[in-house]
Write a protein that binds this ligand. Structure first.
Ligand code: NAD
Length: 285
């Protein structure tokens, strides 16, 4: 079998170009504010990548860096001041936050009209109940997975999909989206017993854990599609959840790490900025 190695960078580039063209026609560029707390090295890299993507798209990026130890109230005040600033169109709180902070309360301080990641109760709650609509915002990791399936022209209705990971950012919204699109979805997580009994039956596996080699090639069905969202950093290198080199020999298609889902997620974030910017403009006019 000749596997399809999915080139996330080229999928992302097309999305970025579309966003760039649309923004060039706008009267003024949108502004995205990032709030980052502490000095998590991985978060620093992700924010830098997102700011670089903003530059490519013509989005103004503003980074607010609060130091480690900064309390919940101070961060909430920063978010509220961005909510009230008419020049800021979109707000993103870089996660994970240092463990002494409580993320949910802070995420829900973001004005839903500026919640670019679609993580507030108001926006994610609405997204859960409504039919999926590509024109509306949705959590970006799930949108990146959707983009991969679209690229593969994969009709997932009735397909047996296993999603591994159930976080509010990655696993849960992805599972919900695939369910909306008609797949038969099983969600596995840290308490799942005998993970491989599920993965071996899956036609599509989406893994969002962050543990190198969690999914061995032996636990993958021949001809499966593998979408590897997970990232584990070891020294300077990053790895996905899947035993990539061995899995490549038996899959229909697979996303590498790096260069797979990651760049597409950043591009879908840019697209979400455009979507909420347009919506805010319509609301204000
Ligand atoms: P998280 O820590 O909040 O969630 C991890 C999930 O993995 C949990 O639901 C947990 O139950 C599950 N898990 C842990 N150990 C497991 C095991 N042994 N077997 C099965 N499930 C297990 O993390 P997150 O924010 O959801 O991110 C998950 C991974 O995806 C991380 O590596 C993160 O860096 C990566 N990520 C990548 C992108 C991207 O664009 N590529 C976007 C978001 C997250």
């Amino acid at each position: 079998m000749n596997p399809i190695l999915i080139d996330g960078k080229s999928i992302a580039e097309k999305i970025i170009n579309r966003v760039k063209k649309a923004i060039a026609k706008m009267p003024k560029p949108p502004k995205l504010a990032f709030i980052m707390v502490g000095n998590n090295p991985a978060s620093e890299i992700y924010v830098a990548k997102k700011i670089a993507a903003c530059k490519l798209c013509g989005i103004n990026a503003k980074k607010i860096h609060l130091s480690y130890g900064c309390d919940q109230k101070k961060i909430a005040e920063s978010i509220i001041s961005l909510n009230l600033n008419p020049n800021v169109d979109a707000i993103m709180l870089q996660l994970p936050l240092p463990s002494y902070l409580e993320p949910e309360g802070l995420i829900n301080k973001i004005d839903p009209l500026k919640d670019v990641e679609c993580l507030t109760y108001a926006n994610f709650g609405k997204a859960l109940f409504k039919e999926f609509n590509e024109k509306e915002i949705y959590p970006v990791t799930a949108l990146a997975v959707y983009e991969v399936l679209k690229y593969l022209k994969e009709d997932i209705r009735g397909k047996n999909i296993v999603v591994i990971g159930k976080s509010n950012i990655a696993g849960k919204p992805t599972a919900e989206l695939l369910l909306k699109l008609g797949a038969t979805v099983t969600v596995c997580h840290s308490q799942t017993k005998n993970l491989s009994t599920y993965t071996k039956k899956a036609e599509i596996i989406v893994s969002a854990v962050g543990k190198r080699n969690l999914i061995t090639a032996r636990s993958i069905k021949n001809g499966a599609i593998i979408i590897d969202v997970g990232i584990e950093r070891i020294g300077e290198k990053i790895y996905g959840d899947v035993e990539f080199n061995k899995a490549l020999k038996k899959v229909k298609a697979i996303t590498p790490v790096p260069g797979g889902v990651g760049p597409i997620t950043v591009a879908k974030l840019m697209e979400n900025v455009l979507k909420i910017y347009k919506k805010r403009q319509n609301t204000n006019s």
